[in-house]
Write a protein that binds this ligand. Structure first.
Ligand code: GLY
Length: 263
């Protein structure tokens, strides 16, 4: 159900990292394979590489028996068609110029709701031995320029795990997460003694401060999540989009944790 790129093609990114073995794998720009995190795991476990992209990632997945399928759902295709028509009033998509804006149906742009712009999932885990692992998986920024890679498959940006400290992951605007090496930053803050919640907030503040340092009030839209070796967790997000919340699974079952919104 992820949204496609500007050409209407779903391109997926994913990464995984295993703290116990200090090992990582990732795929980027992967088309036609529904489970990119599983492919990233095979890159981690069955090769001496960390990241495969595009055609190479697809051939790699096929070699392990993954089946290709069309990932563009009808709902996502309809959203892409609406985006294409609304993108500009000076291109040729949409009603002909002489009918545009008229009262008749044939003069109207396609109608429908605005859709979300990211579709990323982080999963971070610590087991009973204190071993830590994580994945981040996404269809990325909707309507992205074909070939654009986000933060999710980049170890240190969309995901980082240090078995002696904890793990962190990111969702939201990947460009900022890449520039700030945010997941690595969060784990290093925890190494310095910050709680997962504090470390996530530190990453938000760091990014906002960097824009302010160049005289710009731009506040991007990211959310960070972190756990430490003891099983403590936290999350924080930029103010756009409401409060931060994550789902926590532990011995007692499932619960929702509300983090903080700052920036
Ligand atoms: N965080 C997902 C992306 O920017 O692609």
């Amino acid at each position: 159900g992820g949204l496609p790129n500007a050409d209407g093609v779903v391109q997926l990114d994913a990464s995984c990292m295993d703290g116990k073995t200090y090992n990582a794998g990732a795929v980027a720009g992967l088309e036609n394979i529904k489970t990119p995190a599983s492919v990233a795991r095979l890159v981690m476990e069955r090769t001496d590489h960390v990241m495969l992209v595009g055609r190479g990632a697809l051939e790699f997945a096929r070699s392990f028996g993954f089946e290709e399928e069309n990932l563009l759902t009808e709902r996502a295709r309809q959203a892409w068609l609406r985006w294409r028509e609304r993108l500009s009033d000076s291109d040729d998509w949409g009603p002909p110029d002489h009918l545009r804006g008229g009262d008749g149906d044939s003069g109207r742009l396609l109608e429908g709701p605005e859709e979300f712009h990211y579709g990323t999932t982080n999963v971070l885990a610590v087991d009973g031995n204190g071993d830590i692992s994580g994945i981040t998986t996404t269809s990325g920024l909707s309507w992205k320029i074909p070939g654009r890679i986000g933060d999710s498959p980049i170890i240190g940006a969309g995901l980082y795990v240090d078995n002696s400290v904890g793990a962190a992951g990111a969702t939201g605007r990947g460009e900022d997460v890449i520039k700030s090496c945010a997941s690595y930053f969060i784990v290093m803050r925890m190494r310095e003694g910050r709680t997962p919640q504090q470390a996530c907030e530190d990453a938000i503040d760091m990014i906002v401060d960097r824009y302010r340092a160049i005289g710009n009030d731009f506040v991007p839209g990211e959310k960070f999540v972190a756990i430490n070796k003891a099983g403590d967790y936290g999350c924080a997000r930029m103010p756009s989009g409401g409060n931060a919340s994550i789902t926590v699974r532990h011995g007692g079952g499932l619960e929702t944790y509300e983090g903080s919104s700052r920036g």
